[in-house]
Design a protein around this ligand. Structure first.
Ligand code: GTP
Ligand code: MG
Length: 197
């Protein structure tokens, strides 16, 4: 299963500006710099569909991409990022929360975490919030190319332990690397399955 066509639709500053609610959509969220935009490019086999940067805070709006004329991928701004100069702590910005709460065509949220980092308080808090709001989500570990196979296993176990303690459940998870295109088929198949069901 793979994606044939991916087209940029629109960047929106608020949920009310988003495209009409016509297609099921899947959004990518997580801390700034975790690799959301890169993963969207990998999934769609494109280099620059979503804008990426080594500097955190690249994605500032809600970006819709139409996939195979059937469903949307949505690239969201990162959270947990203090914007330089403004002294402004984004954390969970209102735009993102409104989008998640109000967007009726949102089918599933992928929460991305960097596999090299121990579970972070704001990621755990965010996932607890998703559970309380009964939002369908799963976990995507990114940048798996940066560590060894043994370290990957260790990192996943550490997460499982933390999630079972703080959230009493470990969501479905995927291990990915945009650099190596690892985990790509699994994520696309998961989405296709949700589209069918
Ligand atoms: P914001 O838009 O700022 O929230 O960031 P983002 O989550 O969209 O991250 P982005 O995709 O822009 O990637 C951030 C940096 O991480 C870039 O320098 C990417 O090249 C790098 N990166 C992303 N994915 C991977 C990966 O799988 N492996 C490696 N090694 N680097 C990656
Ligand atoms: Mg981005």
């Amino acid at each position: 299963m793979s994606i044939n066509k991916a087209v940029f639709v629109k960047s929106s500053m608020s949920v009310s500006e988003c495209p009409v609610e016509k297609y099921p959509e899947y959004a990518f969220i997580g801390r700034s710099n975790v690799g959301k935009s890169s993963l969207i490019n990998t999934l769609t086999n494109q280099k620059e569909l979503a804008k990426t940067s080594a500097t955190p805070g690249k994605t500032q709006m809600i970006n819709h991409f139409l996939i195979d004329n059937k469903w949307n991928l949505v690239d969201l701004p990162g959270y947990g990022f203090a914007k330089a100069g403004k002294g402004e702590l984004y954390e969970f910005n209102e735009m993102i929360l409104q989008y998640i709460e109000k967007r009726r065509t949102l089918r599933h949220l992928f929460v991305l975490v960097d596999i090299r980092h121990a579970p972070q308080a704001n990621d755990i808090e965010f996932m607890a919030w998703l559970m309380r709001h009964e939002i369908s989500f799963s976990l995507i570990f990114t940048k798996a190319d940066k560590i060894s196979k043994a370290q990957i296993q260790k990192a996943v176990h550490q997460y499982q332990k933390e999630m079972l303690t703080s959230l009493s459940a470990m969501p479905q998870y995927f291990i990915t690397s945009s650099l190596q295109k690892m985990g790509k088929e699994m994520v696309v198949e998961f989405i296709e399955k949700m589209n069918r069901g």
